[in-house]
Design a protein around this ligand. Structure first.
Ligand code: ZN
Ligand code: ZN
Length: 145
């Protein structure tokens, strides 16, 4: 259950984060597909996150084994991006990650969003979201490289 009473919305689990993303509608588009990010090396689900919301790029660093994943097409923009460490309003920097996708009518991807749930206190947020204006783009549904 999402607790939306306070200044920040809080969630208890991944489903709450998904609900938050759907409610938030990053870019103004309905989120039709959501992936939970897990570490390909150790299957961990807690990450440090660096994001550039202007350029539209984000990377996740596994809190357990330090493996880095670039979210969606972020690796293509990493050179130009000014990636900044994400921090919760509570100052904690470890998160569970949901990658949200809005789709076009032809099922290509329109918009990507990075939703984070603070491991410490459950505060939910969208820390980066960006437009996808090329196709084919369906391969981005695999989330990260
Ligand atoms: Zn790991
Ligand atoms: Zn927090």
């Amino acid at each position: 259950m999402i607790d939306s009473n306070g200044r920040f919305w809080r969630g208890e689990n991944f489903d709450d984060l998904v609900e938050y993303l759907r409610e938030f509608q990053p870019g103004g588009y309905p989120v039709e597909h959501v992936n939970e990010l897990t570490c390909p090396e150790c299957a961990g689900g807690t990450f440090y996150v660096e994001a550039d919301d202007t350029e539209g790029a984000a990377l996740a660093r596994c809190a357990a084994c330090q493996t880095i994943q670039y979210i969606a097409d972020s690796v293509d923009y990493a050179d130009e991006a000014d990636l900044v460490e994400c921090a919760c309003p509570c100052a904690n920097e470890t998160f569970a990650i949901a990658v949200g996708y809005a789709l076009r009518h032809d099922q290509e991807i329109r918009w990507i969003s990075v939703g984070l749930r603070c491991i410490q206190d459950g505060i939910l947020g969208v820390y980066a979201d960006w437009k996808i204006d090329y196709s084919p783009s369906r391969h981005l549904l695999t989330t990260a490289v």
